[in-house]
Write a protein that binds this ligand. Structure first.
Ligand SMILES: Cc1ncc(C[n+]2csc(CCOP(=O)(O)OP(=O)(O)O)c2C)c(N)n1
Ligand code: SF4
Length: 568
């Protein structure tokens, strides 16, 4: 039998509403990472108003997993966005959305009397491939800079294991190449806090700021603390050049480059350091081994340490230091050196291609041999000195993979017997689990190939006449490559059919079909058709009309229109 709940708890439960995530001024609320991205601009607006600034917000981007539901969540929250002077305008595609966001930073190019706000902060969002295709705009926008009371946050949805993508991707290096500082939150709370830092940093240093999200973080839900003033921004002492770091007109390209390379990145590093965005979470006086991790890999690391029996007190006892990285690029040399001080070895735990590891190595390179710890990560030397994989770069990581990697490095530490026993006990549990999985796999795994929903027009529209073949692209029709539909090969979104331009001159095949979704046609596919016409190739496009951008949640095509004109 459950005891009756006390009155004050009953009252709190009755007063709670699903809208609290957007309306509660301060306190604890339950929300997903996507909801956090909806609430974030409202918090920013509130901070600005309280600081006496009359700002507004603008959000644009394009849907795609794991940010497939962000646009729908923004639509549902329109009432609250409007109350906060935040405009949401989805892009026709990611690149054009980024261009619109760039526009928000150019508002003061207009005559003073035309200006309605002190500044407009912008949020761009897109899936990894959307980041890739927007990089031209990102470079332009970042070189040009932000407005003093504007600021831009670009949110990438990365699909590390290609769960619902045609390619496994990682946006970190693209953001880095565009010169954006890159934040990688590890929780829903981190998304809110990092988002507010992103706007503050973007305004302070005149840069666009990238935020990397992955499914395990942005699609997870948690109880978080909301409060516009939870994040206390510390603006560092920094000597700004004459004319500052912000967007201006006119502004020659080489001046922009010099400002970015020599001043804006230094300002970013100063901001990251002043606000301790990267910091030690476990440390002690006798530390020997340092672990540095970010995002989900940080969560995996904490879980792995727990599983190995290494709670914080034990880590301190045996000399393990843990460093959490929110800003994965650029790392601040002073912070990395302080973290590395006194350590024999540093283990970098990060998913996908290394970003933190080469920076750590670079920063520590000039230390004397006596001061410089060994840095391992993607690989580590084995007993024979040969570099072998330690933290894999492909696919993703799990707490158990990280536990195994850490265990191999902990071995060298000459640990107390009780700690050694706990580690080996957990490794035997893992061996047992792996053995059980291998037995299951050996026993035959049920493999069910996905198919179109019953009643879906793609069931018939993807069929081709006997003897013909089709090419696929992005959208639900992609599934035809797994079916008996003579459909071979695929492209990125908006490239549908264009491989044929590079093939038709070198084959006896006379003709192919290309499937293209109506959402893709509106996004960018129209240009693929123009390319085929321009090249004069013999191809039949089938624009698969289902009146929706189905695969990402059934959103409207082009938002304002239901049917697209070509199918009338
Ligand atoms: C550049 C890029 N942006 C976003 C996506 C995410 N995405 C995957 S499928 C899809 C929907 C395509 O819609 P449509 O062409 O209408 O095909 P349907 O799913 O409706 O058959 C989108 C937006 C992507 N793969 N690439
Ligand atoms: S287009 Fe719609 S109905 Fe067809 S398979 Fe995709 S989700 Fe199902």
């Amino acid at each position: 039998m459950n005891a009756p709940l006390p009155d004050h708890i009953l009252q709190a439960i009755r007063a709670a509403s699903l809208e609290d995530k957007y309306t509660l001024a301060s306190g604890r609320v339950f929300m997903s990472g996507v909801h956090a991205l909806v609430r974030l601009p409202m918090l920013q607006r509130e901070r600005d108003l309280q600081a006496g600034h009359h700002t507004a917000g603008f959000i644009s981007g394009y849907r795609g997993s794991p940010l497939g539901g962000y646009d729908q969540a923004l639509q549902k929250a329109q009432k609250y966005l409007k109350e906060n002077d935040i405009v949401f305008q989805p892009g026709v595609n990611e690149e054009l959305a980024a261009t619109a966001v760039w526009g928000t930073q150019q508002l003061h190019f207009a005559p003073k009397e035309a200006q309605t706000h002190d500044g407009v902060f912008g949020i761009w969002y897109g899936k990894g491939p959307g980041v890739d295709r927007s990089s031209d705009v990102f470079k332009h926008g970042n070189m040009a800079g932000t407005a003093p009371l504007g600021g831009v946050l670009a949110v990438a949805g990365d699909d590390h294991v290609s769960k619902s993508s045609t390619v496994a991707h990682q946006s970190d290096q693209i953001f880095q190449a565009c010169g954006f500082p890159v934040l990688f939150p590890a929780s829903v709370q981190d998304i809110l806090d990092a988002g507010l830092h992103a706007f503050a940093m973007s305004r302070f240093a005149g840069v666009w700021v990238g935020m990397k999200t992955i499914q395990e973080i942005v699609e997870s839900s948690a109880t978080v603390l909301v409060d516009a003033h939870r994040v206390q921004v510390r603006l560092p002492e920094f000597k700004m050049p004459e004319g500052g770091v912000h967007i201006r007109w006119p502004d020659p390209a080489l001046d922009q480059e010099k400002r970015l390379f020599d001043v804006k990145w230094a300002a970013v590093r100063a901001y990251i350091e002043a606000n301790a965005l990267n910091h030690n979470v476990v440390e002690g006086p006798k530390d020997r081994l340092g672990i540095i991790a970010s995002g989900k890999a940080y969560n995996d690391t904490r879980q792995a340490l727990q599983d190995l029996g290494l709670d914080d007190a034990t880590c301190q006892r045996i000399g393990v230091r843990v460093h959490k990285v929110l800003a994965v690029w650029p790392l601040v040399p002073e912070t990395v050196k302080a973290f590395a001080h006194g350590l024999q070895e540093i283990v970098v735990v990060e998913e996908k291609r290394a970003l933190i590891e080469p920076q750590v190595k670079d920063i520590l390179f000039d230390l004397s041999d006596a001061q410089r710890p060994r840095v391992v990560g993607k690989t580590a030397p084995n007993a024979g000195g040969e570099a072998v994989t330690l933290v894999r770069g492909n696919a993703d990581l799990s707490a158990s993979l990280v536990a195994r990697a850490l265990a191999t490095r902990l071995e060298a530490l000459d640990l107390p017997l009780d700690v050694q026993a706990r580690i080996s006990q957990y490794l035997s549990v893992l061996d047992g689990k792996d053995g059980a999985m291998a037995t299951l796999a050996g026993g035959g795994v049920a493999d069910r190939i996905p198919w179109f929903c019953s009643g879906c027009p793609h069931n018939t529209s993807t069929k081709v006449p006997e003897g013909s073949r089709a090419m696929a692209g992005i959208g639900c029709h992609f599934m035809s490559v797994w079916m008996d539909r003579a459909t071979v090969g695929f492209t990125q979104m908006g490239g549908e059919g264009v491989p044929w331009v590079g093939q038709s001159a070198f084959t006896r095949e006379q003709h192919v079909f290309a499937n293209i979704g109506d959402g893709t046609y509106f996004h960018s596919g129209l240009l693929a058709i123009r390319q085929s016409i321009a090249a004069g190739v013999n191809i039949t496009y089938k624009v698969l009309y289902n009146d929706a951008v189905a695969m990402t949640g059934g959103q409207r095509i082009g938002e304002r229109k239901r049917a697209t004109p070509y199918c009338k």
